[in-house]
Write a protein of this length. Structure first.
Length: 269
């Protein structure tokens, strides 16, 4: 894996192309231009669980181009004009990378840790706050796998920023939300914030074992074990041992589902 100070360069999409070349001949049988046809199949690379929803494989439209042959530039230009006039053929608006990402529901630079929720002045306050919190949750969830897999430190940084912003929003704007929701998620995100405090920023967090106390955080016996070949190796091993010692209850998800509404928290309070 390549680091680009401080981010790791991660594969996002893989493209497999089939290219065919057809010679365009003049009346003398000489090659005056070439028609290049490129057909690509793209596949999303599942580096983390934050992959875009939808199909993971897609076919791109054929990409046709005319290449010049030395000594016959005019013929290539004429061939390009003729090709552009063929029904169903249109000028490509994106390069191959952008087209590949778009086909999989992505686009360049589509990740941002900024809070860009779509909120208008006409929205009810509760809807506006909900949109804000959901946007923060999107950012948080997009960074979870990167944190657990120790890809680079920025995953943890962005996750912690999203957690802090969520806690601030719940504290300052929670008056427009059901009180039971505010109490439940206030406690949950406090736990997550405590788990990823700056003093533990070099340690990989483990998800809460079943039966942990509401005020619990990183297990005491894991403290100071973030050394080894990787800064998180010792901490990760410790977190796995803790999880094995206190397995989740049957039927419970392996990670918290912050999008689900807890029982008894659906009505206003």
């Amino acid at each position: 894996m390549v680091l680009a100070s401080p981010r790791a360069l991660l594969p996002v999409v893989k493209a497999v192309s089939t290219v065919s070349v057809t010679r365009l001949l003049n009346a003398d049988g000489k090659t005056v231009a070439r028609l290049v046809a490129d057909h690509s199949t793209v596949t999303a690379v599942a580096v983390t669980a934050a992959a875009a929803p939808g199909d993971t494989t897609a076919e791109l439209p054929w990409r046709l181009s005319i290449t010049e042959v030395r000594g016959y530039p005019g013929r290539a230009r004429k061939a390009a004009v003729l090709l552009a006039g063929v029904p169903g053929v249109s000028q490509a608006t994106h390069n191959v990378l952008t087209a590949a990402l778009n086909a999989l529901g992505r686009h360049p630079a589509d990740y941002s840790s900024s809070v860009d929720a779509e909120i208008t002045a006409q929205m009810p306050a509760s809807v506006a706050v909900a949109r804000l919190l959901l946007r923060l949750l999107d950012t948080l969830e997009q960074n979870v796998d990167g944190v657990l897999r120790d890809i680079d430190t920025e995953f943890l940084h962005d996750l912690r920023v999203a957690v802090r912003r969520t806690r601030s929003a719940v504290k300052l704007l929670g008056g427009v939300l059901p009180a039971s929701l505010v109490a439940h998620y206030g406690a949950e995100f406090k736990w997550l914030g405590d788990l990823t405090t700056p003093t533990l920023s070099r340690s990989a967090p483990s998800w809460r074992p079943a039966g942990r106390a509401s005020s619990g955080g990183w297990p005491r016996r894991c403290a100071g074990r973030g050394s080894g070949p990787s800064p998180t190796t010792g901490a990760r091993r410790c977190s796995r041992s803790v999880t094995r010692a206190a397995p989740a209850r049957a039927g419970s998800p392996p990670r918290p589902n912050w999008r689900s509404v807890p029982p008894g928290a659906r009505s206003g309070g």
